[in-house]
Design a protein around this ligand. Structure first.
Ligand SMILES: Nc1nc2c(c(=O)[nH]1)N[C@H]1C(S)=C(S)[C@@H](COP(=O)(O)O)O[C@H]1N2
Ligand SMILES: [Mo]
Length: 358
């Protein structure tokens, strides 16, 4: 290949070594980075949603994709430097996008290693998620504006092999990072498979109290409090005394998407005992007096508990007093607090937003 001399560019060195040193062409870098960012977003959503051990692969995949982004940053740096020379109006937005990618990466790394878990009192997990949410529309805009046109050859055996080698390098970097965290005994090595840190297990007073968005703890008069149970035919109204008769105990882990978990002994009423005959129903809607709600598959009925106590003591107001849902194997946002209504319905559980909107 003859060396092309672009205006303002130094003449490029030739040969295979030089090619490897220079890295892939800008177009390939852009395409790879866009793919990696989209995969990072998808696996990130998966990591936030997963609560069961099989979901750990999504969390690992998220880490590997993150390392792929890290590997692409220096190559992208070259593309960016070239682009900046061209004085595009939109370059500030592009720089903002770059800043967001770096922020998301640093926050993610600070959190996984445990070296930086809060910045100015804010959980870095929130910074990670917030930066990623702003980043996504920008990245899509950027891709539409710059259109890194895929070519047929991108799917050739050779490029697939290269993509495979590159993924291998990212996985290697991920393993190396995990090994460093473990060997150095950093806080990050004491995380659950979801990535969460332990906080206040078997000590309700030490467990954080969280809202998904903006719910505030309602004031409850225990004598006037009622739980509505709608089995699709009739609606019963139960008082706290009606629930006290049960006291079934379940040891389960609440794992919040903001990055902490706590294991407790919860006790109360199995939801199955209140809804023994689901019949044609496909889901059970669990509603809070605050308006927060979630729909669970009827297949979960046998696992769900309406807890009235935690570690043998009544629930604290912030943790759902008088009654909260315990959904073992599901992430924290399923564990509806201040439950005031259960409702069997034919609507499938997946007919709802993937994450609560209230
Ligand atoms: N009514 C209601 N229930 C809720 C929430 C909420 O905002 N409103 N947040 C959920 C989330 S995101 C989590 S992690 C847990 C937190 O429970 P805790 O406050 O007892 O730690 O409650 C869940 N139940
Ligand atoms: Mo949460």
């Amino acid at each position: 290949m003859a060396s092309r001399t672009v205006r303002g560019d130094r003449p490029r060195p030739r040969g295979p070594l030089a090619t490897a040193w220079r890295g892939p062409a800008g177009r390939v870098t852009n395409l790879a980075l866009l793919t990696a960012l989209l995969l990072a977003f998808a696996t990130g959503l998966g990591a936030v949603a997963t609560g069961s051990a099989t979901g750990r692969w999504v969390v690992i995949a998220h880490g590997i994709v993150a390392m792929a982004v890290v590997l692409l940053v220096p190559w992208k740096g070259r593309v960016v430097r070239r682009g900046l020379r061209r004085h595009r109006l939109t370059r500030w937005l592009s720089l903002l996008l770059a800043g967001l990618v770096v922020t998301t990466l640093l926050a993610g790394l600070g959190y996984t290693t445990g070296l930086v878990r809060t910045v100015g009192g804010v959980l870095v997990m929130w910074i990670h998620v917030a930066a990623a949410l702003v980043l996504l529309p920008l990245a899509v805009w950027h891709a539409i504006a710059r259109r890194p046109r895929p070519r047929r050859a991108d799917l050739s055996r050779r490029s697939l092999l290269r993509a495979g080698l590159f993924t291998g390098a990212a996985a290697g970097l991920y393993l190396a990072q995990t090994a460093v965290v473990t060997v150095a005994g950093l806080p990050g090595s004491r995380r659950r498979f979801t990535g969460s840190y332990e906080a206040g297990s078997f000590d309700a007073a030490a467990m954080p109290s969280y809202s998904w968005l903006d719910d505030t703890t309602p004031v409850v008069d225990p004598d006037r409090w009622r739980l509505a149970v709608d089995d699709g035919r009739t609606t019963r109204s139960l008082a706290l005394a009606d629930l006290a008769a049960f006291g079934t105990r379940v040891r389960a882990t609440l794992d919040c998407t903001s990055g902490w978990y706590a294991e407790h002994d919860w006790a109360g009423v199995p939801v199955r005992a209140l809804l023994p005959h689901p019949g044609e129903a496909r889901s059970v809607l669990v509603r809070s007096s605050t308006g927060y709600w979630i729909r669970l598959p009827v297949a979960d009925l046998d696992r769900l508990l309406l807890a009235t106590t935690i570690d043998g003591k009544p629930l604290r107001p912030g943790h759902g007093y008088p009654v909260r849902l315990v959904a073992p194997g599901r992430r924290g946002f399923w564990w509806v607090k201040w439950v005031d209504r259960l409702e069997l319905s034919r609507t499938p559980w997946w007919w709802q937003s993937p994450f609560p909107l209230t």
